[in-house]
Design a protein around this ligand. Sequence first.
Ligand SMILES: Nc1ncnc2c1ncn2[C@@H]1O[C@H](COP(=O)(O)OP(=O)(O)OP(=O)(O)O)[C@@H](O)[C@H]1O
Length: 261
Amino acid sequence: MTSPGTELEPAVLSMRGIHKSFGDVEVLRGIDLDVRRHEVVALIGASGSGKSTLLRTANLLETIDDGQVFLSGTDISDPRVKLDAVRARIGVVFQHYNLFPHLSVLGNVTLASRTVHRRGKAAAEKHALELLDQIGLADKAREFPDRLSGGQQQRVAIVRAIATDPELLLLDEITSALDPELVGEVLELVRTLAQGGSTIVMATHEMAFARDVAHRVVFLDGGLIVEQGSPEQLLGHPEQERTREFLARFTTPGRTQQLPA
Ligand SMILES: Nc1ncnc2c1ncn2[C@@H]1O[C@H](COP(=O)(O)OP(=O)(O)OP(=O)(O)O)[C@@H](O)[C@H]1O
């Protein structure tokens, strides 16, 4: 693997001039973002700054008012593009695991891969069991989601997202709904994926994790990218006043989350 995020790697995701409003409120006000193959990008910003909306426009789950989104060079915002085919190339995990409650763990993981890759049941299950085995959940394959802890459910949701071998993984605050003691196991799985070369954009409030795992941190405020850079630069030596103010709030007493030293 070449150095992640360098210009040597092709852009998997390119967002150009993205604008998005809900009613009178302009939530994204001109987003330009490139994510290169094997790169891990952390989106940080206050609640309401537009992180989730940005992720949802990246795979056109949310329509855009203006701009273009390219996936590996293809303009997926072109109305002629079939979105089902595009979305099959992008894995998404949300804050709430959204596993299908009526399907077993195995059923959840195989559903997308059977549809997307048209794998036969046996082949899809073999692949799913290999993935579940890698994260120590093979023994839960026949269980239903409500028999799993939140952390286990979220890890299954991640496995479901990668079972289709997506070009890009979008992770939206995937630990926010978890009890604190379950956060680590989910982040550990993301770290493993990152080390394995996955291309990831994750909205997160886990600053320590962003510092540790991301190649680039992007700070969003009021629907604009205010500043971006390496974790060391952005979290350690932010240039913009707005970034400094945001980061300072993470070190004020009473916050459960602290910036790492
Ligand atoms: N479907 C929608 N309809 C109307 N307003 C919306 C919709 N989705 C998001 N918004 C508004 O857009 C703004 C940005 O929301 P978004 O969820 O993208 O922020 P965020 O940075 O992800 O916040 P958080 O960290 O709380 O998840 C908010 O003011 C939100 O209320």
